[in-house]
Design a protein around this ligand. Structure first.
Ligand code: FCB
Length: 439
C-alpha cells in the first residue's frame, strides 16, 4: 500500500442527515413510516442519536476528530411545521448549531432536503403535487435569509434517484407506491425545485463576501454488464445508468430535460451547479431480464467480490470511473459528498477508507479537481428502513445510553484530517484486516 499525500486545500469532512441523527420529531414522513411498522428492526427516528439535544457534545467530538468541514441536514418539518408558518425555535436551533461548527472552524455544507419532509407536505401529495416546488422554495428562502450569512455551501437535494426508486418503484420507503407515472411527476418537480433553488440561493447571497456554492448530492453507482459477452446485459447497463442517474445529472446540472422527464430546457440553458456532489457506495452488475413493462434488468453483485454487512459490493475503482466521467462532462469541482460502509465490527472500514482515498489521490494527481471528501458517516445512526441495525459510523453509538465511542476508524480518520496524509506507519497501526480476506 502506498503513502498518500493530499493538497493543503483539500477538505476532509463527515456527513449526516437531520432525520437520521436528531430524534424527537413526530411531524415528518419518516416518523409516520416507522409508526406504520415499516422499519426492519422496529426502531424509529424518534430516538436516533438524540442529536437535537446533544448537538454540543457531538460538535465537540467533530472538533476532536479534526474535520475541516461537516455536511449536515436541516429538518424541514422543524423549520416549517405548518405550511407558511415558520418556527423561531427551529431556525434558532440551527443558527446555534452552525455557529458552533464555525467557532470550531468547521466549514458547514448544509443539505436542505434529505428524504424527509413535513407531514403536511406528504398529505398534499409530496413531490407529486405541482405545488411542491413553490412549497420547497418558500422554505429555502426562509432558511437562506436566516442562515445565509453563516453558510456559503449548499446541497439543495440529496439523492433524488434513491428517494424515487424506493418510494415509487420498490415501494419500501414513503410514500410506499409502485407507480411509474407518479414517479416521473415527482422526478420533474424535484429537478425543477433544484433549478429554481439554485438561482434563489445565489440571488439571496449575492451581497455576501464568501462565494456561494450550490449543488446536488447525487447517488451514483457503476453499472456494468453481468456477462461481458451478452449484448443485452450491456444495453441494460446503459439503460440503468441513464434512468437512474443520467437524467438527474443532466436535469439538475444543466437544466436539460431528457425523456421520460421531458425534452429541452424549461428554465433556459445554463449552469445550475457550482460543484458536482458524488455519493458513492457501490457497483451493480446488470443482467437483462425480460419482464415487461416494469423490469428490464436485475442488479447483481459481481462473483467473489468483497461486500459490506448489507451485501453491497466494495468497489473503490468505481469512484474514479465516475469522477473521470463527471469531470469530462461538467468541468466543475467534484465533492465526494458521501462515501462509507456498513461494518458492524469496524473490521474493514479503515481499509475501505484507504482504498477510496487512494482513488481520490490518484484523481488529483491526474489533474481532476476533487476538492472535498465527506465520510458517511460521523456516527452510527438511523439508517432508513434498516433502522438502528446498520452501523456506518466512525463513532459507535449505544442507543440506550446514547454513549458515543471512538472506533479504530475514527482514530484513523482523525490522523488523516490532521496530517492530510496516510503514511505506512499509519497503515500498519490502523489497517489490520482487509475485507478482501473476509468475503
Ligand atoms: C445514502 C443516503 C444516506 C445514507 C447512506 C448509507 O444513500 O444518502 O442517508 O443512508 O446512503
Amino acid at each position: 500500500m502506498e503513502t498518500l499525500v493530499f493538497p493543503k486545500d483539500f477538505l476532509f469532512g463527515t456527513a449526516t442527515a437531520a432525520l437520521q441523527i436528531e430524534g424527537g420529531d413526530t411531524n415528518n414522513n419518516w416518523y409516520q413510516w416507522a409508526q406504520q411498522g415499516h422499519i426492519k428492526d422496529h426502531s424509529s427516528p424518534l430516538r436516533a442519536n438524540e442529536h437535537w439535544k446533544r448537538f454540543k457534545e457531538d460538535i465537540q467530538l467533530l472538533a476532536e476528530l479534526g474535520v475541516h468541514t461537516h455536511r449536515l441536514g436541516l429538518e424541514w418539518s422543524r423549520i416549517e411545521p405548518k405550511p407558511g408558518t415558520f418556527s423561531q425555535e427551529g431556525i434558532e436551533h440551527y443558527l446555534e448549531e452552525i455557529s458552533l461548527l464555525r467557532k470550531h472552524t468547521i466549514r458547514p455544507l448544509v443539505t436542505l432536503y434529505h428524504f424527509s419532509h413535513p407531514l403536511w407536505f406528504e398529505e398534499k401529495g409530496g413531490w407529486e403535487n405541482e405545488e411542491s416546488i413553490q412549497d420547497f422554495l418558500r422554505y429555502v428562502r426562509f432558511v437562506v435569509e436566516k442562515l445565509g450569512h453563516l453558510v456559503s455551501d449548499w446541497v439543495t437535494i440529496n439523492e433524488p434517484n434513491v428517494f424515487l426508486s424506493y418510494g415509487y418503484v420498490l415501494g419500501t420507503w414513503p410514500p410506499g407506491k409502485q407507480d411509474s407515472q407518479a414517479m416521473i411527476r415527482a422526478a420533474r418537480h424535484l429537478v425543477l425545485a433544484h433549478l429554481q433553488a439554485y438561482t434563489l440561493i445565489h440571488e439571496l447571497r449575492k451581497k455576501e463576501k464568501e462565494p456561494t456554492l450550490v449543488g446536488v448530492a447525487h447517488h451514483l453507482r457503476v453499472f456494468s454488464p453481468f456477462c461481458q459477452f451478452c449484448p443485452l446485459d450491456h444495453l441494460a447497463s446503459l439503460l440503468n445508468d441513464y434512468i437512474f442517474q443520467g437524467i438527474f445529472l443532466e436535469g439538475m446540472g444543466r437544466g436539460r430535460f431528457l425523456p421520460p422527464l421531458g425534452v429541452g430546457y424549461p428554465m433556459g440553458k445554463g449552469r445550475f451547479q457550482d460543484f458536482v456532489g458524488i455519493n458513492y457506495y457501490s457497483r451493480d452488475k446488470i443482467q437483462f431480464v425480460w419482464n415487461p413493462p416494469e423490469l428490464f434488468a436485475k442488479r447483481l453483485v459481481a462473483k467473489n467480490a468483497p461486500t459490506n454487512n448489507l451485501g453491497w459490493e466494495i468497489y473503490p475503482k468505481g469512484l474514479s470511473l465516475l469522477a473521470k466521467r463527471l469531470w469530462k462532462t461538467y468541468r466543475l469541482p467534484l465533492f465526494i459528498t458521501e462515501n462509507g460502509t456498513c461494518d458492524k465490527e469496524d473490521a474493514f472500514r479503515p481499509q475501505f477508507i484507504y482504498d477510496h482515498l487512494k482513488e481520490v489521490s490518484e484523481l488529483i494527481a491526474q489533474g481532476i479537481p476533487v476538492k472535498r471528501y465527506y465520510h458517511w458517516t460521523f456516527i452510527d445512526n438511523f439508517e432508513w428502513i434498516e433502522g438502528e441495525s446498520a452501523p456506518f459510523g466512525l463513532f459507535a453509538n449505544n442507543y440506550d445510553t446514547q454513549t458515543r465511542t471512538w472506533r479504530n476508524s475514527a482514530r484513523f480518520y482523525q490522523e488523516i484530517c490532521r496530517t492530510r496524509t496516510i503514511t505506512q506507519e499509519m497503515l500498519s497501526r490502523y489497517v489490520q484486516s482487509a475485507y478482501h480476506s473476509l468475503s
